[in-house]
Design a binder for this molecule. Sequence first.
Ligand code: ADP
Ligand code: MG
Length: 746
Amino acid sequence: MPLSFSRKRKASPFGSVVSGNHHLMVTAFFLFPKMLYTETMFTPNTKLAAIPKITPKYQKLLDKLGLQTVQDLLLYFPFRYDDFSKVVPISQDYVGQTVTIAGIIQKKKLARIFRRKMTIAEIVIQPASTRGDDRSSTRGGDENNTPLKAVWFNQPYILESLPEGAAVRLSGKLEFKGRTFSMVNPAWERAERTQTNTGILVPVYPETKGLTSKWLRWQLKPLLESAQQMEDTLPYDIRQRLNLYDIYTALQQIHFPENQEKLLRAQKRFAFQEMFLVQLKTLQVKQDWEQNNSLAIPFDEELIKNFVSTLPFKLTNAQRKASFEILKDLEKPKPMNRLLNGDVGSGKTIVAAIAALQAMQAGFQVAIMAPTEVLAKQHFESFSKLFAEYDFNVALLTNSYKKLNGADETRPDLLQNIRKGSIELVIGTHAIIQKDVKFENLALIVIDEQHRFGVAQRALLQQETMEIKDGVAKTIPHLLTMTATPIPRTLAIALFGSLELSILDEMPKNRKPIITKIVPPTGRQEIYAFINNEINNGRQVFVIFPLVEESKAMTEVKAATTEHERLEKIFPQFKIGLMHGRLKAKEKELAMQAFKDRKTQILVSTSVVEVGIDIPNASVMIIEDADRFGLSQLHQFRGRVGRGEHQSYCFLFSSSVGNARLKALEENTDGFAIAEKDLVLRGPGQFFGTIQSGLPDIAMEHLANVNLIKHSRAEAQNLLKADPQLKKHPALQDALLKFSEKIHLE
Ligand code: ADP
Ligand code: MG
């Protein structure tokens, strides 16, 4: 039964009790300096906690997002925009479109539906007629005077701020049903307020529970003025040359863009800035790198030939060539810095083993670093096997594992043996380059799955490589990095300008190509029957869920969790593992390890699942909502099966069967060909790894083109040539320092 409702509520969650009248507040400030304030008095360095509008409760939520100062908030970017910029009269012409309509509130009421524990807040507005009585100018005669009904579910408090007679703007999808115009859950705003929620391109931010985009908009709008005092990281002449916005304009337009074009320019500025910093950092590291010397390791052809002849397979030509390039680098007294780029399963490990063998046989130590414990353990097992016939000591050193050859060891014992040089090969995670790990004569470090790190983090890893206590005066280790993301060559040169490249563009001969099929929703049962059969034959199955928008990370976890429960009902006879980003690192490891040990037959996972993991027994990869992934990423997932002797399958579940990306995947198995296609389809954003900028992917994706990289690189080179230590650019120096710190933390 609908009830009329007009109870006063104490505090609106949007705090709209505060007046937005600026002049009044400025005057008031001079009259009562201690009591009132205006946003113009804040500087970028002001602590958010010092702003009266931001109560401790909100400060806590902001803390969660890592936002402490005004500047932090200004640099907290929207990840998308709702386009409410189309302000129109009520008309059939706009039905079905997202528009903004202004009007005067005629009626309001609140209905409570007790049975469903639901409230419906409703208002009816009469369009504010800006055209007076000139009705002849609108098509359809009276349309312009037709009322519009707006309803909101379960937000009764909205009516508090919407008294009858007030002028409002409503933004949302215009509907026309039963001869009534309506909007469901529209964004709204009192007409006298500055437009932040309606009538414009409205920014949508990554939210956290209790902190809405609406609230953030309300905070940000007045604080934007303080950006005038922010020092611009980008030097003036570079901005001039490339026609980039200054920081103040760019921030205005990124938060409250006047139109799409200005938004694009703002995003371009930040994308450039990010890439420019990356390039500066990379070039600086390169400058330093080239100052160094390394141990020269002579190439022992007999040794390598013998080793290769003991392998159960023949090397591919690509493996042969890459190994030779690396061995040649090792002979030089200058540090190698080479990237081995090869598709999943192209056999990078054996190439690394050849390099390691050469260094160890010459009497030096080698370290191999993997991004996770599972991968480190896997490498430890394969390298121990590969070198079983040799007299090397191989250690595993991670936070959870400490092993020497077959046996468990203590960390102090391992460290001591590493320092004495009695351990030739140290395999581990980032733990192996911590400060307390000292080597006796480390000549080579291999970093696997380097794409797991962002481009800038890679520069940092390289810097750390220089700082490792390798035990030999005046040298640094040779560096070999490996990545399973095939990167188109044009892009690789721009992205990894400081690296030499070796490419494994050829798969081992014995591989059976993975059979890939797009599966429409109707095909699900058939696939489940197929899975059942595969598992009964001893195989294992991956089920992957896509990563959804940042602010909806929980949805992804929920989808995976729900599917896990569902599959447990469908396959009660099997054990089913679950893995997602909300699990602790240790729990993820356990889930992965259980699958590797065949304790679970199906692994349901979000996109966090390990890239380099080798589970030859897994023969089926199912990808849910496959159309949500990029091509290269889909290819990466697919690469997790087909690593053993079994025929393997990849099923792409999707309701958009005609999807060009999925089709391309169905037809192609070559990672480099797929990468080229993806570069055309989506631009280079995805090849960067996580740039960790806070800059949303949308900005990176349509703006981070090869030209942007080229320009940022050229400008960075120019600048460093003129000012190698950045002495004349303190703002830039500062930004670079913060940038490195930020990357370090992540
Ligand atoms: P990735 O490049 O993804 O790291 P791996 O080095 O793990 O690939 O190799 C995948 C599998 O292929 C391993 O089981 C490895 O022993 C095998 N392999 C490597 N090179 C060859 C080859 N030339 N012929 C046949 N199998 C190979
Ligand atoms: Mg690998």
